[in-house]
Design a binder for this molecule. Structure first.
Ligand code: MN
Length: 259
């Protein structure tokens, strides 16, 4: 560490030599990408849509391009604090400090314990994990692996009529208010459990994380390829001015021996 430039030089060298692997955590974006479905009286986010502008044809002989439409919360996406009323005084998605979009990530894997779709992560699960792997990372991300990404090829199965795993109210409040995390990442369509609208504090992950100026990340894939600790997460939401969130790309850097 004598020469600060040598740190990045070492990273670059290890990227080129594949000692550092870049794992894509992003779900592909298409008209088939599952989108959260809310009760009919509420507003609904749009699914992804792509429409050809021209494709080497009379509208543009030399060019292929598309118009696209979707909601800010379609597919793998980032939830900014102002997404929730508890965080409305905090950042929109264009205002997130970039330093908070790259950071350490740990993976808490309960996929073997998810024996029913309404499984909820409790504080004791996280504390047991910490007993083995150490404290949750400062300015880092907790990536919550339930194995739910295995359902993502079938929208009906993925959404499962609103029965999808999540985090209990008590655990969400504790993670948001008493740990040094900047965000929580999940494999499901939203950061909260499918049934979280019925909890004592409805949608507790949204409520407490955004109320603490923290972030959410959804519809992640490939968490099974990451080590429990040691990955670096890179999240890249679009800087939509005034936006509550954005579809994004998410990558993890890991040491090659983990693959
Ligand atoms: Mn969202």
């Amino acid at each position: 560490m004598n020469n600060p430039q040598s740190i990045l030089a070492a990273v670059a060298e290890n990227l080129v030599s594949n000692n550092i692997k870049v794992v894509d955590l992003t779900a592909p974006l298409s008209a088939d990408t599952p989108v959260i479905q809310l009760p009919p009286e509420r507003g609904q986010p749009w699914p992804f849509k792509r429409q050809v502008i021209s494709q080497y044809d009379e509208k543009g002989k030399e060019v292929y391009w598309n118009n696209i439409s979707m909601s800010e919360h379609t597919g793998t996406h980032f939830d900014a604090p102002i997404h929730w009323i508890s965080g409305k005084e905090f950042s929109d998605v264009s205002q997130i400090p970039t330093q908070r979009l790259v950071g350490p990530a740990v993976v808490l894997d309960v996929s073997a314990k998810v024996n029913n779709p309404d499984f909820l992560l409790e504080r004791h699960h996280v504390e047991s994990w910490c007993d083995i792997h150490g404290p949750l990372p400062k300015a880092g991300w907790l990536l919550y692996r339930t194995g739910w990404d295995a359902n993502d090829r079938n929208a009906e199965q993925f959404l499962n009529s609103g029965h999808t795993p999540g985090i209990s109210t008590e655990c969400a409040k504790w993670l948001a208010e008493e740990t040094p995390l900047v965000g929580i990442g999940v494999e499901t369509v939203g950061t909260d459990a499918g049934q979280a609208g019925k909890f004592d504090q409805p949608y507790p992950v949204h409520w407490y994380f955004h109320g603490a100026d923290k972030y959410g990340l959804t519809q992640l894939k490939n968490l099974s390829l990451l080590p429990p600790t040691g990955a670096i997460l890179i999240v890249a939401p679009l800087p939509i001015v005034g936006g509550s969130g954005s579809p994004c790309r998410a990558y993890a850097l890991i040491h090659n021996e983990n693959l």
